[in-house]
Design a protein around this ligand. Structure first.
Ligand SMILES: Nc1ncnc2c1ncn2[C@@H]1O[C@H](COP(=O)(O)OP(=O)(O)OP(=O)(O)O)[C@@H](O)[C@H]1O
Ligand SMILES: [Mg+2]
Length: 253
């Protein structure tokens, strides 16, 4: 069975086609990476998979064989799906400890135990009694996301830019925490712009997205190739149209 199986995922905002029939499978035990230029649809894919309100999608998203498309977020979470946000939201009035307590209502006391361990590993113990993400630095917010991931122990995790805003040591800590939870019961999809974080991850496959489509797949060497030639280089190689630069718009002013 596959941890995460995305087929023909299509999302529009009004007339705008953002995801154009994305197919992507992450088998149990594997860690895949999704890369792509700004605005190519990576975060939209995460939100559509998780069922964020407003992100209607066609196609199919299966977690361990269970179709989740059309289901509310909490049901997707219950099936075993987790989304780590590119921009974690602040939740004034709710402490991280209370949030974990709510998670434990569904997941049982083991959730609290895992959270305690993760808080220690990630040096987040002092943050347990602070409101979720309120006043936290960018790096602390990302670590808090990882703590929630480790506490829930999902079947499929989509982690949107786990490395953005992190200093070099924090990138290593977060990547090692993700690596540490690798198991045959989990499939992970990591979204990143940089090959740097991949140094600490044992990557099974890399998918490259442009304009809402997967245009290239390969092993971890594809990430290094992209680092060297850039998305423009890949576009030229694939015979794709260059991105609009916005210059025409400026010239019209
Ligand atoms: N709620 C929305 N309404 C309208 N357009 C949206 C909405 N959310 C995203 N978009 C558009 O969809 C496109 C893809 O955005 P998305 O955030 O998925 O890109 P991304 O690949 O994650 O980029 P980045 O690397 O900068 O995070 C962008 O052009 C964005 O403006
Ligand atoms: Mg994004």
């Amino acid at each position: 069975m596959t941890a995460l199986s995305i087929t023909g995922l299509t999302t529009r905002f009004g007339e705008l086609l953002i995801l154009d029939g994305v197919d992507l499978e992450v088998p149990f035990g594997e860690l895949h990476v999704l890369m792509g230029p700004n605005g190519s649809g990576k975060s939209t894919l995460c939100h559509a998979v998780m069922g964020r309100p407003g992100y209607l999608a066609e196609g199919s998203v299966k977690v361990d064989g269970v179709e989740v498309l059309g289901k509310p977020v909490e049901e997707r979470a219950r099936v075993g799906l987790f989304e780590g946000f590119q921009y974690p939201v602040e939740v004034p009035g709710v402490t991280l400890r209370e949030l974990i307590g709510e998670m434990a209502v569904v997941g049982g006391p083991v959730v609290g135990k895992r959270a305690e361990r993760a808080a220690e590993d990630l040096d987040l113990a002092p943050f347990l009694d602070r409101f979720v993400n309120v006043g936290l630095s960018g790096g602390e917010k990302k670590k808090s996301e990882i703590l929630q991931l480790l506490s829930l122990s999902p079947k499929a995790a989509v982690l949107d830019e786990i490395d953005s805003g992190l200093d070099v040591d924090a990138v290593r800590d977060v990547a090692q925490a993700v690596e540490g939870m690798r198991s045959d019961d989990l499939g992970v999809l990591v979204i990143t712009h940089y090959a740097r974080v991949l140094r600490y991850l044992d990557v099974d496959r890399v998918h490259v997205m442009m304009k809402g489509r997967i245009v290239r797949r390969g092993g971890r060497e594809l990430a290094d190739e992209l680092d060297a030639k850039g998305y423009e280089g890949l576009r030229a190689e694939l015979g794709l149209e260059p991105e609009e630069s916005g210059v025409d718009f400026l010239e019209g002013l």
